[in-house]
Design a protein around this ligand. Structure first.
Ligand code: CP
Length: 327
């Protein structure tokens, strides 16, 4: 398969045109079909990638590791606490060295106001593609899988009512990168996007302005509400998920009074009844069951979370195939 985007960094989908994203989705669909039919996909034979994780992961790590094996290559998992990074080695030196050993570097660094800068510094010095496995601002692998899943379950994304809704959770102070990626990406596909959150959980102004611009340019719409019920009402897709108050409060404390005052922001069966009768429930996972969402919703007939998680494999393989081939 021709690596059409050979050498390109994959840090935010904002740097990829819609035609390029469509190509990645087309390749993802082909790779999914081949995987399900047990057909070989030796598109990255003898290629290697380094997967650097500053944080925990289940889906991202394993979709990349398994995915590269399916493509005939090998992924090396790197816990950054066991690298010389923990003794202060720079992003530049790490990128130069690792890129001389292989064909791709992927990294998750979600530290607020650090993660994206870290990836950008690696990209400035790496001779191989840098793939963002989630930073403080973006989660493009997740965004691509979300879009693939939405396209699989709907006839058209035009004027699809998609509500991205803050939800209560106390597992950890989560990055804003999933909702931020979604509000930028979905309006490009002409969806009518509602962002709902309680006061104090704002996303950055520049991202809101860009989401509006993307909606204007592509025939979608974008609005914000602080009313959870309004966001559920008549929605075709709901994505209730927690994110941290990073924009307003940089403390790393997980539980505070503000968070505790919004326990009622939960995706319940009652809320789901306000949405379209055929509404789909999505979540990037891991979900904080019982807090963000009731079990009966995430395990119920409207939920497509496992399809969404499975598509992480196929989209990760597409990104690697299109960017890492033929060094
Ligand atoms: N959705 C997602 O990125 O999952 P992990 O944190 O398990 O990789």
């Amino acid at each position: 398969m021709e690596p059409l985007f050979k050498g390109r960094h994959f840090i935010t989908l904002e740097e990829w045109t819609k035609a390029e994203i469509d190509k990645l989705l087309e390749v993802s669909k082909e790779l999914k079909r081949k995987f399900l039919n047990n057909e070989p996909t030796p598109y990255l034979t003898n290629k290697t990638a380094f997967l650097m994780f500053f944080e925990q992961s289940t889906r991202t790590r394993n979709s990349m590791e398994a995915g590269l094996a399916h493509l005939g290559g090998h992924a090396t998992f790197l816990d950054t606490s066991m690298m010389q990074i923990s003794h202060g080695e720079s992003a530049k030196d790490t990128a130069v060295i690792l890129s001389s050993y292989g064909h791709g570097i992927a990294c998750r660094n979600c530290f607020w106001e650090v993660g994206n800068k870290y990836l950008r510094e690696m990209a400035a010095y790496s001779t191989v593609p840098i793939m963002n496995l989630q930073c403080d601002l973006y989660h493009p692998m997740q965004g691509l899988a979300d879009l693939m899943t939405i396209q699989e379950v709907t006839h058209s994304t035009k004027n699809l009512k998609v509500s991205i809704i803050w939800a209560y959770a106390k597992s950890h102070k989560k990055p804003i990168s999933v909702p931020l990626t979604q509000i930028l990406l979905f309006p490009r596909y002409a969806m009518d996007v509602t962002l709902a959150y309680p006061k104090g959980y704002d996303l950055p102004n520049w991202a809101i302005e860009k989401a509006k611009e993307n909606a204007r340019a592509n025939g979608g719409s974008f609005r914000i509400t602080n009313d959870m019920e309004e966001a559920f009402r008549n929605a075709d897709i709901v994505i209730p998920k927690n994110w941290g108050s990073w924009v307003n409060n940089q403390s790393t404390l997980v539980i505070d009074d503000l968070l505790e005052s919004y326990k009622s922001w939960k995706c319940t069966e009652e809320m789901m009844k306000l949405a379209s009768p055929n509404v789909y429930y999505m979540h990037a996972l891991p979900a904080d069951r019982g807090n963000e969402v009731e079990d009966s919703v995430i395990d119920g007939p409207h939920s497509i979370v496992y399809q969404e998680a499975e598509n992480r494999l196929h989209t990760a393989k597409a990104v690697m195939t299109m960017t890492m081939g033929n060094k």
